[in-house]
Design a protein around this ligand. Sequence first.
Ligand SMILES: NC(=O)c1ccc[n+]([C@@H]2O[C@H](COP(=O)([O-])OP(=O)(O)OC[C@H]3O[C@@H](n4cnc5c(N)ncnc54)[C@H](OP(=O)(O)O)[C@@H]3O)[C@@H](O)[C@H]2O)c1
Length: 256
Amino acid sequence: MADKGLAVITGGSSGIGYQLARIAVEEGYPLVICAHGDELEQAAEQLRRLGGTVEALRADLSTGHGVEALWSHLEGREIALFFANAGLALGDPFVAQNWDDIAERIDLNVKQTTSMIHKIGRVMRAQGRGRILVTGSIAGQVPGPYNAVYNATKAYVNGLAWALADEFKENGVTITCLMPGPTDTPIYDKGLEDTVLHDMPKIDAGKVARSGWDAMMEGKVDVVPDPASRLVSLFSGLTPKAITTRLHEVGAKRRT
Ligand SMILES: NC(=O)c1ccc[n+]([C@@H]2O[C@H](COP(=O)([O-])OP(=O)(O)OC[C@H]3O[C@@H](n4cnc5c(N)ncnc54)[C@H](OP(=O)(O)O)[C@@H]3O)[C@@H](O)[C@H]2O)c1
């Protein structure tokens, strides 16, 4: 099992990250999952019960200190798969949001995600192999009123991954961008309550993870997991912004 190298999943304690962790266990990868909340150890225990060799590292990945803690933990080890998945959404009108909350999203979704991809890119270049899956979003392809900062962070993540997919080819490393549409995870209970987006039917997180896993293993540049989201993705560049903006506003604006 050790021959396979480690699979490392940020945000592996719930939602899409936890489902990716389940697949990694099924596929026989020794696993490190990282998150900063109380559910981490419980998630690790569930994965061990499924037969996995699982290390749980508690770190706040919106901070440089947290990223360094993860990196010290991984130092000198062969990393086969890295999942840059941890992310936070943020609802409400931009000027009603607290600056600290905005800054935390930018730090986690953009700054420290970039820092980790930079670090793992160097590790995998030295190894001469490795696969990275970045969780972007189709939210990064449309204007996001009432989730403005979140959508903008995901536009950055999508763009970074697309560019690096080309650069990393020279190093024997692949990077794939998983771009889900609305997926059934706890993210909607963290500040997106009382919206159409919160209540609408969503894609199963296990199916989204499987789609991302398969695309990563095939070395694809990106993947949008379900047909409805693929339509949104396809037409987002062709549909007038007035329409996509209005649709997003209806979905994301709180009813009260
Ligand atoms: N659900 C969707 O509709 C959807 C669609 C497109 C893209 N995405 C993206 O998918 C990714 C996973 O989200 P999810 O939907 O699966 O939501 P989730 O269940 O809330 O998972 C988020 C994960 O990130 C971790 N995390 C959050 N803040 C962190 C921090 N400061 N340091 C370390 N870990 C942190 C969480 O654990 P702790 O809070 O315990 O730290 C959790 O494990 C995100 O990047 C999100 O933007 C989601």
